[in-house]
Design a protein around this ligand. Structure first.
Ligand code: KG4
Ligand code: ZN
Length: 345
């Protein structure tokens, strides 16, 4: 039975998670179903795009049905459909976009396309019910490392970004050379707990003094060089020490840049987002920074940090003009909505 709440059905399929969620009034998660493909891609050491698309095809309809059922609603109760239409793997995105358009066409429910990064940031609105823009956001995922000024629900400016690898990509690549497996981020996080973060001093690449950009490929290469050097000398590698030292160097760099950005902009809130936001050291270190600077720290629960459709539904609700509060202020996309692997913000 539907009450008067506005219900958004979110769909996410940009990488290797097929997810559907029902979110009430933009921020209340009624269901958030995530079908992970990790076991499938694990044997390849990374996501194989073609295989990901095929699994999305198999999963998307059951996942939508489960999201509706767990929320206790029918499709006819849904007011809005939000789907990730970029950036991401094009074949993977196409599956979610096609499913969303089909449901929209068959039912007449309005549709909005959501930028994946805006979705990650929106996870903070679900976690912190009273959070409102403006604030500073740090988006750290497998594909992006951005420092952003969130001026309004639909108004964001990038202040800094990675010039090479994203932080999550560096975690994944270092995990691979350490033989930890895939996905690397959580495995490094776990291995690092038993290691000494000061065992090896990997360089912190801070670029120009005033820049809020990042560069992680040098740190990744430094780990590789260290491993090759130690192996050539016949030394045994202490994996937890290397994992902890690498993680500390990445986290120190991010914290330094976050502090510069807070100083420069004067914002009173820092919101963390993206898969790497589930990293325990990053969360602790940024929380400590925010306490030191008397700034509010917002950090979604780990399940809302990695790819999920609840964050997409939340972002869709605000992109559509928060229809619960702004009646008639809707901003919908039509059935011409397309997947764009390089969708700009
Ligand atoms: O946001 P996300 O789920 O997908 C993208 O949009 O990219 O982020 C995935 C990334 C992967 O690189 C993964 O290794 C990393 O997030 N990650 C972590 C942790 N959990 C996931 N990195 C470090 N520590 C973690 N605990
Ligand atoms: Zn993501």
């Amino acid at each position: 039975m539907k009450d008067q709440k506005h219900l958004t059905l979110g769909i996410e399929s940009s990488c290797d998670e097929t997810s559907a969620a029902v979110v009430a009034d933009g921020r209340e998660v009624l269901s958030n179903i995530i079908a992970s493909q990790v076991p499938t891609h694990k044997i390849f050491g990374g996501v194989v795009p073609e295989i990901a698309s095929r699994h999305h095809l198999e999963n998307v309809n059951p996942v939508i049905a489960m999201a509706l059922s767990e929320a206790g609603v029918a499709l006819s109760d849904i007011d809005l459909i939000g789907v990730t239409n970029g950036p991401g793997l094009v074949g993977a995105l196409l599956v979610g976009v096609a499913a969303a358009k089909a449901v929209s066409f068959a039912t007449g429910i309005p549709l909005v396309g959501v930028h994946h990064i805006r979705g990650h940031i929106a996870a903070n609105f679900i976690e912190e019910k009273d959070l409102e823009p403006p604030f500073l956001a740090l988006v750290v995922s497998g594909g992006h490392t951005h420092i952003m000024e969130i001026r309004g629900y639909n108004d964001a400016v990038i202040l800094g970004r990675t010039r090479d690898d994203a932080a999550g990509e560096a975690f994944d690549k270092v995990a691979r050379v350490l033989g930890l497996g895939y996905p690397g981020g959580p495995l490094i996080d776990r291995a690092a707990r038993g290691g000494d973060p000061h065992a090896v001093e990997f360089k912190r690449v801070l670029l120009e003094k005033d820049s809020l950009d990042f560069s992680f490929s040098g740190t990744k290469t430094a780990v590789l060089n260290y491993l090759n050097h130690e192996k050539a000398l016949g030394h045994t590698i202490c994996v937890p020490d290397v994992a902890a030292s690498f993680q500390k160097s990445v986290v120190d760099t991010i914290v330094t840049k976050a502090e510069h950005a807070l100083e420069r902009t004067g914002y009173g809130t820092l919101a963390l987002a993206g898969g790497v936001a589930s990293n325990s050291l990053l969360r602790e270190s940024l929380r400590a920074l925010c306490v030191k600077r008397s700034v509010r720290f917002s950090c979604p629960a780990p399940v809302l940090c990695t790819d999920n459709a609840a964050m997409i539904a939340c972002a869709a609700y605000y992109k559509a003009g928060a229809p619960k509060t702004v009646r008639g202020g809707a901003n919908f996309d039509g059935l011409g909505l397309d997947a764009d692997p390089n969708l700009p913000l």
